[in-house]
Design a protein around this ligand. Structure first.
Ligand code: ADP
Ligand code: MG
Length: 731
């Protein structure tokens, strides 16, 4: 047998793929951040003036002026060259969902032809990537096809190593000629600034010393790792990152024997290797373990300021993919690489921290700090309640559609879980704060609440792993985000809705204070009404159950099951008002973004449709026909030697069963191609995406059903695609 499947299996059996690149074990602290132009490194390369200017810009989010930029560029270059760097790139996160780089060398020729190595302030601050092929939703096409990348001094430059090459990477935003954003970072930075302002002014009710509030993010990245040679024998994995066909193996994850089990040696070597790369880049990885599905794993860092955390996550996804290749493994970041076993998510743990060192979502030690905690806690719930459709939209993608609502990930219905203790506390506030509420009542209530919130809430909260948005003691865990997602999208939305909610809260409290109400009583009054208004978003039960879907419907909660439906939330009047008022997007930017996301959806489904059509015609059907021919030969032979009909009855039936599946696959592929043509002829992107969702994608199930049935009956020798058991259980 010389097909790719058997060659791959033979190679694996011979151990050819098992040789592992060396891992130089070092103490993490000695390598941590060694490839980062961080504050510590900067000191050695920048004048005091340039250093202060850069640190200040990073902290306040303001521009570094041109003169200083020249000095910073010179310092960066000197440092980078000492590490053997010859090229630099502006590193950015376009809406394709990956990262982009365009490398330029420091090397250039002077007017008289003298070769020099140069990197000036202008090259650091701004570049114009030839980027008309990045998604732009018509923004650039309308006028001038120019995009700019602009330096983000709040995220440190770093050196990316690839083989023996090293590149200086400068984190940047990506914008159109007129300043409209074309990436994830620009709106994220705006949302960070808006949230800072809104949260600081609310903090001042409790503590005048707070000058800055930053959102923090700790992501947990799930992924699969499989043998690369075997993966490469599957066109669907190579082209789409997920299997479009494949019958479930006899053993899946039902024994739960993989979760927290020991990590296979080969995968362990890969983990150590990518962790080492991550440490050099300053990514503070902390946790690694097996996940529920076979070959599924997770890693998580120590949380960081959200902009840096997002950069680190995007960077890590890139590093993992590259390092896996070194180990002849394939890291699958797709949300659903395999049907029938769990998919992968990326839990986004989000909180707010002050520059005075307080986590605003961590219960306090005194009644006063507990009121501050309650304020931010209740406003976060209210924000999710008011904008649940945007939360849903922020994690919508073609690949995440395979998880949400499929019995493993939180459903497409957004709800918030807070646990028993805090439910009691909110109920208390709701029932005990009355219109006529005295200072005496206030003091007693605050003391009671304080007693009710255990200091070590984190260890006391019962976890609800089915909730899309769960409070976990000192942070919210947004669990429905997909594993391939750029966290910048969901974090931007969360920051923005929190900003808006805090602003409204502040206005309401101030109005009561103006009327003569005491500050803390005013706060409790407004909190009470926020609790009442957002009650329906709270759910403590099993989010996977059918009862919840019915109950949620009764409560009037949204349930957008598919991406084209969910994305509409970005362009409602309410969303426009929210984003425009908080200076995150203009109306045109929002519409462009909506268009880009719909287009991305269409392209992803389109590629899958092509590949499933191709695999069916070129792999599955030939194998089935081949086997059918063998059966027919056999029947003919048995007849020839005069055997009774009963002796070839089974073969006869099989021939007809195979014919049935072949016919069904053929029909479904034709129907799919037809549906695709119709969808492609539709110019309205919303309609086109909906057609891809309802008419094209639905054909996949039929094709898959029959192909998987064929996999069960066709001679194993003839089957060309590696089977699930080979993909998932051979290491
Ligand atoms: P799990 O949810 O699997 O039980 P942990 O609770 O230990 O895991 O932490 C999950 C993630 O939450 C980690 O990445 C951690 O850094 C992050 N995290 C902890 N505290 C905060 C915080 N204040 N803000 C943001 N993320 C946080
Ligand atoms: Mg978690």
């Amino acid at each position: 047998m010389s097909n790719l499947r058997f060659q791959a299996l033979q190679a694996l059996a011979a151990g050819e793929d098992k040789k592992v690149a060396g891992y130089t074990e070092k103490k993490i602290t000695t390598m941590f951040g060694s490839n980062v132009f961080n504050e510590q490194t900067m000191r050695g390369y920048l004048s005091d003036e340039a250093f202060k200017s850069l640190v200040n810009s990073a902290k306040t989010g303001t521009r570094v002026d041109r003169k200083m930029a020249g000095q910073v560029a010179a310092g960066m270059k000197a440092w980078a060259e000492e590490q053997g760097v010859t090229h630099f790139t502006h590193w950015f996160q376009p809406l394709t969902g990956t990262t982009a780089e365009k490398h330029d060398s420091f090397f250039t020729l002077k007017g008289d032809g003298t070769p020099v190595e140069l990197f000036d302030g202008n090259a650091l601050i701004q570049q114009e990537p030839d980027a008309s092929s990045f998604p732009n939703g018509g923004i650039r096409a309308t006028f001038e096809a120019r995009g700019y990348t602009a330096w983000d001094p709040s995220s440190p430059a770093f050196i990316m190593e690839a083989g023996s090459g090293k590149t200086l990477c400068i984190p940047t935003i990506f914008i159109a000629y007129n300043g409209e954003s074309l990436d994830y970072k620009a709106p994220l930075l705006k949302s960070i600034a808006a949230l800072d302002k809104a949260a600081v002014s609310v903090c001042h009710y409790f503590d005048k010393n707070v000058n800055k509030v930053t959102a923090t993010l700790g992501w947990e990245q799930e992924y699969f790792v499989i043998d690369e040679t075997i993966a490469n024998a599957r066109p669907d994995l190579v082209m789409c990152g997920r299997t479009l066909l494949g019958h479930s193996p006899a053993k899946g994850q039902q024994l739960d024997d993989h979760y927290f089990g020991s990590i296979p040696e080969r995968v362990f070597a890969f983990m150590q290797d990518f962790e080492q790369e991550a440490y050099k880049l300053g990514i503070p990885l902390r946790t690694r373990h097996n996940e529920v599905a076979p070959c599924q794993f997770e890693c998580a860092p120590i949380f960081e300021e959200v902009n840096i955390a997002v950069d680190h996550n995007t960077l890590l996804m890139d590093v993992m993919t590259k390092v896996a290749k070194r180990h002849k493994l394939k890291a699958l970041l797709h949300e659903k690489p395999f049907a029938g076993v769990n998919g992968s998510g990326k839990h986004n743990n989000w909180s707010l921290a002050t520059d005075t060192g307080v986590n605003l979502l961590s219960p306090g030690k005194t009644p006063r700090t507990n009121l501050m905690f309650l304020t931010f806690f209740v406003n976060a719930i209210k924000a999710v309640h008011d904008y649940d459709d945007l939360i849903r939209a922020s994690m919508a993608s073609a690949s995440n559609d395979h998880r949400l609502g499929a019995n493993e990930a939180p459903p497409a219905i957004i709800s918030v879980y807070i646990g028993k203790y805090l439910t009691d506390v909110l109920n208390e506030v709701e029932t005990r704060v009355k219109e006529k509420f005295s200072e005496q009542d206030e003091v007693i209530l605050k003391l009671d609440i304080h007693k009710q919130i255990p200091e070590l809430l984190m260890d006391n909260t019962d976890r609800n792993r089915t909730s899309p948005f769960a409070f976990t003691g000192n942070k919210f865990e947004f669990r429905a985000v997909g594993s391939t997602a750029n966290c910048g999208g969901p974090m931007m939305v969360l920051n923005t809705i929190m900003t808006e909610t805090l602003k409204k809260f502040k206005a309401d409290v101030d109005a009561l204070i103006e009327k003569g109400e005491k500050k803390e009583i005013a706060i409790l009054q407004v909190l009470r009404s926020s609790i009442t208004q957002s009650n329906k978003i709270r759910f403590e039960g099993d989010n996977y159950s059918e009862e919840w879907a019915a109950e949620a419907k009764k409560r009037g909660l949204n349930n957008f099951k598919t991406t084209p439906e969910a994305l509409s939330a970005y362009v409602t009047e309410k969303a426009k008002e929210l984003f425009i008022n908080n200076d995150i997007f203009t109306e045109r930017e929002l519409e462009a973004r909506h268009e880009i996301m719909l287009e991305d959806y269409v392209k992803k489904v389109q590629i899958e449709a092509r590949i499933i059509g191709y695999i069916s015609a070129n792999h599955v059907l030939p194998a089935a026909i081949n086997y059918q021919n063998t059966l027919m030969e056999n029947i003919k032979g048995l007849k020839e030697i005069g055997m009774a009909e009963a002796t070839y009855k089974a073969q006869f039936n099989l021939v007809s069963v195979i014919s049935g599946h072949i016919q069904n696959i053929n029909d479904a592929v034709e129907a799919m191609i037809d549906a695709r043509k119709k969808a492609n002829a539709e110019n309205d992107m919303q309609k086109r995406a909906t057609m891809y969702c309802n008419d094209v994608k639905t054909c996949f199930d039929t094709i898959r059903y029959h192909a998987d049935k064929l996999e069960l009956v066709v001679d194993d020798k003839l089957w060309p695609l590696p089977k699930y058991r080979e993909l998932l259980f051979i290491r």
